[in-house]
Write a protein that binds this ligand. Structure first.
Ligand code: ARG
Ligand code: ZN
Length: 860
């Protein structure tokens, strides 16, 4: 990401210096009040640098009260208080105690960073730099502190008061007040500090570790949600067990707590011993949660739990290295879900996600290496690149050295650097140490941005009767890379003849394969199966070859993507010629898939027709209405060709039991796919099936799909469907998020609907989940967002202006969705530019938004 704005605010990796001062111990005291909370911090301060340097305590939006050194009020001439913190220019000695006091107003904090109010509780979000909005501090990850926290508050308002670590005691303060004390034995950076206080319901479970310790597990929720925690507890226990079984990692405190928060900017946060979660990633029951939300809960609970080792026990030296904990922990949660569900299906989902979201980010204005070289606002770098591409690079390491060595390497890394803040270098060298050799070019993955594009040239060599597949990295020679290439070779009847793996170090590699017969017949090669490295391949294969792979590839993931390629190929040809090209290869492949005995969920993925964004990104073509016309034609053709098959599929899977087993999830998915195609039948005679499905649904996955489909096809039942869904669910906030989203996610002209919906009494622009459901869903619907008249752009731009005042993080992430506008046709880039320029001149433009706007505008 580049930024056009003032360079003095830019943090650069090359400028990184360790903190000159450290505060290894802190006593924090909170006197809670919704409007005026007083915070006091007593730090042990020590000099780490060789000579005495100025001491800076970060602080933002704080009301300064007092500063003491070794107990005595500090002379105001000795320090300066500014908008960004306190500077003590000439600290007198190398060790002292510093006590600072300030006030904050949680109720007015709508940025949802620092200490803020959500529903009936006060809670915190500090990663990456929210702690400085709570109290003046050396708020950087290379400053590790041991925390002792005292929280005082009214008993009626704050019957529950939590912080990290262990509960060590409480005191009554008169009739109405109480104080509690928490102590965390593990030193941690400020970003892992958490506090929660409010009227919360405690639910409880327990887990016995492999060494026999009993861990108390608690989930705190707002009243009324206490029945929705069962699945989260099960997920947590599975994750705890898996980390023990896979890496030998045990939990290290006696208590593990999760709090479900309604207003949360992100998914969840791994604060030591006290994870905070977006409520939608904790709460679920079969009536109100879809299969997708169950799976997200499993994955995110595991993700945050896994951070306890990868992130907390071994933490980051600086924010540039965010991917060290995030890429690694995403890889760990992906591996966990592969083990808990179906590995091929999980890999398909992850690769689809990467291609739909990360590849475009890396080809657009926001492109940055997984180790960003500079940032103005770190919040903007919690990206799919740092997370998902970062995870692919870790996966690549595991492909190169093997999963068993990877396990050893991780254990080695964690024991060697326990309690420290490190960089990706310590991680990689740990991996190299266990295999006893270095991995060439691996580090360049941390420095090079963009998805590598590999070209494949095929040639025949007569003398040896061999086919040569030459793979060449078409990109940066400054940063050559290492790749793991899992490949297979098939004959023309689809028999597997070779299965192998090659490590390609540097710019090119050559694979030589004997011809299939003395006449030199070319074998079919399948490269980078299961995306064994995060690359794009140019199109080197004929339709015939892809078609064979789509049927016979023994690797289910590669087979799936071969079929996708067959579909993309058809779009490419049809867009080129301006008419629907020969569709028979696709029809034959689908016909073949019905004869296979594939697992239900796998088949449902295989049959899911790619979405508009996926197709357009894949073809690098942004003529959405043209693509959409072809897409509808294709779906209708499949629907009418296979009506019988889909009816049978629907019938066979109609009776489902609302439980989260592979079999039942598979049934629900398959019948939904069948229903989807049937609804596209031009006769429209199957719409009543969807109405019935919605009415008789026993599981939210059934209910919500029916509504989504009816909206998408502009059914005459659409209105009824949307209204009855609302009537049934109007009391469940999380379900309403789905309801808002469903109405704007597909179809044209949804900005008008969004404009109506944002006036709905249950919409709330201060709640990030609502903002995501309505505004983000609309901006991800290309037909409405990139509409030729610019109405999508001006609608979203207007909302960004509002959000800038309320919640800069949400404003900035919504703005990122303007990234693809430079590729749009006609006047669209110009319109977007005009809209974004209007935002740029806002008097209170936030740092978050300013950085993203600058980057996108420079691409227009
Ligand atoms: N560390 C959290 C996680 O587990 C996410 C924190 C995101 N923070 C942010 N400012 N976006 O992924
Ligand atoms: Zn994470």
């Amino acid at each position: 990401m580049t930024s056009s704005s003032s360079s003095s605010l830019v943090h650069k990796l090359e400028d990184y210096k360790p903190s000159p001062w450290l505060t290894p111990k802190v006593n924090l005291r909170f006197d809670l009040d919704l409007h005026l909370t007083v915070v006091r911090a007593e730090y042990d301060v020590i000099l780490q640098a060789e000579t005495i340097e100025p001491l800076f305590l970060y602080g933002e939006s704080l009301e300064f009260l007092s500063l003491r050194m070794d107990g005595a009020i500090l002379d105001p001439n000795e320090y300066q208080v500014t908008d960004s913190g306190i500077l003590i220019s000439h600290p007198p000695k190398k060790e002292f105690q510093l006590t600072v006091e300030n006030r904050i107003c949680p109720a007015k904090n709508t940025s949802l960073e620092g200490l803020y109010k959500s529903g009936s509780m006060l809670c915190t979000q500090n990663e990456p730099e929210g702690f400085r909005k709570i109290v003046y501090s050396i708020d950087r990850p290379d400053n590790m502190m041991r925390f002792r926290v005292t929280i005082a508050g009214e008993k009626s308002l704050f019957p529950v008061m939590l912080s990290n670590g262990n509960f060590v005691g409480e005191n009554q303060m008169g009739d109405s007040k109480r104080e509690v004390i928490w102590e965390d034995p593990f030193p941690k950076p400020s970003y892992l500090f958490a506090l929660v206080a409010g009227e919360l319901i405690e639910t409880k479970d327990s887990f016995q570790t492999k060494s026999g310790r009993e861990i108390t597990l608690k989930i705190f929720v707002e009243k009324g949600n206490e029945e929705k925690v069962g699945f989260a507890f099960d997920s947590l226990k599975k994750a705890m067990k898996w980390d023990e079984d896979t890496f030998g990692l045990e939990y290290d405190l006696d208590l593990f707590m999760i709090v479900a928060v309604e207003d949360f900017n992100m998914g969840a946060m791994e604060n030591k011993g006290l994870n905070l979660f977006n409520a939608k990633l904790v709460l679920a029951d079969k009536k109100s949660a879809t299969d997708e939300s169950f799976e997200s809960i499993l994955a995110v609970i595991a993700h945050e739990y896994f951070h306890n080792w990868t992130g907390n026990r071994v933490t980051l030296r600086n924010w540039f290295n965010l991917t060290l904990k995030e890429g690694l922990t995403v890889f760990r949660d992906q591996w966990f879900t592969e083990d808990m569900t179906d590995p091929a299906v999980k890999r398909i989902k992850d690769v689809l996600f990467l291609k739909e979201f990360q590849f475009p980010e890396d080809q657009g204005p926001m492109s940055h290496p997984i180790l960003p070289k500079s940032y103005r606002e770190m919040n903007n770098f919690y990206t799919v690149t740092v997370y998902e591409k970062g995870a692919e690079v870790i996966r690549l390491i595991s492909e190169i050295i093997g999963r068993e060595s990877f396990k050893k390497g991780l254990k080695h890394y964690l024991s060697k650097y326990d309690g420290k803040g490190v960089t990706f270098e310590e991680f990689i060298s740990s991996m190299e140490e266990v295999v006893g050799k270095s991995i060439p070019y691996l580090r360049n993955w941390y420095h090079r941005s963009g998805t590598p594009l590999l070209s494949v040239k095929e040639s025949y060599e007569k003398e040896t009767n061999e086919w040569i597949f030459e793979i060449v990295d078409t990109g940066s020679s400054e940063y050559p890379l290492v790749y793991s290439n899992s490949f297979a070779v098939f004959d023309l009847d689809g028999n597997l003849i070779i299965e192998n793996k090659r490590i390609m170090a540097g710019e090119r590699d050559q694979i030589r394969i004997s011809a299939l017969d003395p006449n030199g017949t070319k074998p079919i090669i399948s490269l980078f199966r299961s995306l064994s490295s995060p690359v794009r391949l140019d199109d080197h294969q004929s339709e015939e070859e892809i078609k064979i792979l789509a049927k016979v590839e023994t690797d289910g993931v590669a087979r799936f993507f071969a079929f996708q390629n067959l579909i993309f190929d058809w779009f490419r040809k049809s867009l080129g010629s301006g008419k629907e090209e020969d569709f028979s290869a696709i029809i034959e492949t689908i016909a073949d898939s019905f004869t296979r005995n594939w697992e239900k969920t796998y088949l449902s993925f295989y049959l899911s027709f790619p979405g508009l964004t996926q197709i357009s990104e894949n073809l690098n073509c942004y003529q959405f209405s043209k693509i959409q016309k072809l897409r509808v034609w294709a779906i209708q053709t499949i629907a009418t060709t296979f009506t019988k098959n889909f009816q049978i599929l629907l019938e066979e899977n109609r009776k489902t039991i609302p439980v989260q087993t592979k079999e039942e999830i598979g049934k629900r998915k398959l019948k939904n796919i069948a229903l989807y195609y049937l609804l596209y039948d031009p006769s429209r005679k199957f719409e009543k099936l969807a109405v019935m499905e919605q009415r008789e649904a026993k599981h939210m996955s059934e209910e919500v799909s029916a509504m989504r489909f009816l909206v998408e096809i502009e059914s005459s039942e659409k209105e009824n469907s949307v209204n009855s869904f609302f009537e049934k669910w109007k009391k469940d906030n999380l379900v309403l998020d789905v309801w808002f989203a469903a109405q704007v996610s597909s179809g044209e002209d949804r900005a008008k609907i969004a404009e109506k919906l944002e006036k709905h009494p249950q919409f709330n622009i201060r709640n990030p989940n609502k903002v995501r459901s309505l505004y983000f869903s609309l901006a991800r619907n290309p037909l409405s967002f990139h509409k030729e008249d610019g109405s999508g752009y001006s609608f979203i731009a207007e909302r960004i202006r509002l959000l800038n005042e309320i919640n800069p993080q949400m404003a900035a992430s919504l703005t990122k969705l303007f990234s693809p506008v430079s590729k749009q046709e006609g006047d669209l880039p110009k319109i977007a530019k005009k809209e974004l320029k209007k935002i740029e001149v806002l008097p209170n433009l936030s740092k978050e938004l300013g950085e993203v706007l600058g980057t996108i505008l420079s691409s227009l």
